[in-house]
Unconditional design. Structure first.
Ligand SMILES: Nc1nc2c(ncn2[C@@H]2O[C@H](COP(=O)(O)OP(=O)(O)O)[C@@H](O)[C@H]2O)c(=O)[nH]1
Ligand SMILES: [Mg+2]
Length: 242
């Protein structure tokens, strides 16, 4: 089996935490012995020094590529941008704050093999004892409510669609992300819905997780994610995902 890996890191105003995260990802991947790996940082129109921090880190390191969105388009746009540029046979996306520690890739990989799945997604809902630092109470409650609304509108039997740590086989990523229309935080639901519709198998896997201070999810992007649930349903009725 081919062992090449792409890691996509969407980054919006991540100047402060990006270099340390990239260092940790590099260290981890080096010792796990993939035949080829690349890290794709997608700068989402950051207004801080994210682009400079990323290109500075990438200088002299051919494994790191820095992509740039035309402006601040959202996490969904950023992850799609990276996924469609990725060259690895296996494509992981992870939040820049590494809330799911990068070595949990092992956990996703093993689950993928064990369950013969096409996609493995990290989950904070299946084993809550794995959560070290919790999100603020209001965010956790909003997350649970989001999952309830997701089940009622979109109907996926998934306990946590929103964890920013998901692994795809490359051909599956290409097929699914090329159909993705949503640019905000609703994109996770959309890609998982499209994957199911296309007959791909998703394994939901408990992972260790720690909330990191400095979340950029505000009231607007939070509410936008709810409205994007309606868009998934509407797009499906319009036949957009066929
Ligand atoms: N909030 C936000 N995050 C973005 C955007 N574009 C890319 N991201 C990235 O999406 C990931 C998740 O963001 P984060 O603030 O850690 O979310 P949280 O942990 O769920 O509160 C990070 O890697 C961000 O840099 C955007 O427009 N808004
Ligand atoms: Mg975070």
């Amino acid at each position: 089996m081919n062992r090449s890996l792409s890691i996509i890191v969407p980054a919006y105003n991540e100047e402060a935490r990006l270099p340390d995260s990239l260092r940790r990802i590099e260290e981890y991947v080096e010792q796990t012995g993939w035949d080829f790996h690349e890290i794709l940082v997608v700068d989402d129109g950051s207004t801080d020094g994210t682009f400079g921090a990323a290109t500075g880190f990438a200088a002299g390191n051919p494994n790191i590529r820095v992509l740039r969105n035309p402006g601040n388009r959202g996490k969904g746009y950023s992850v799609r941008h990276g996924m469609l540029e990725a060259k690895g046979d296996w494509c992981l996306f992870t939040d820049a704050d590494l809330s799911a520690p990068i070595d949990e890739l092992d956990t996703l990989w093993k689950a993928l093999c064990r369950e013969e799945a096409d996609i493995a997604i990290g989950s904070r809902a299946l084993d809550r004892s794995l959560i070290g630092v919790h999100q603020p109470g209001i965010r956790e409650s909003a997350g649970k409510f989001f999952n309830l609304v997701m089940r009622l509108t979109v109907g996926l039997q998934i306990a946590d669609t929103q964890c920013g740590f998901k692994l795809f086989r490359q051909d599956v990523a290409r097929e699914v992300f090329s159909r993705q229309t949503l640019d905000g935080f609703g994109f996770d639901v959309e890609v998982l819905f499209v994957a199911k519709k296309l007959g791909y198998r998703t394994a939901e896997v408990p992972v260790r997780w720690n909330h990191a201070e400095g979340s950029k999810v505000g009231m607007f992007t939070g509410l936008q994610a709810f409205s994007e649930l309606a868009m998934v349903r509407w797009n499906n009725l319009r036949g957009l995902y066929r």
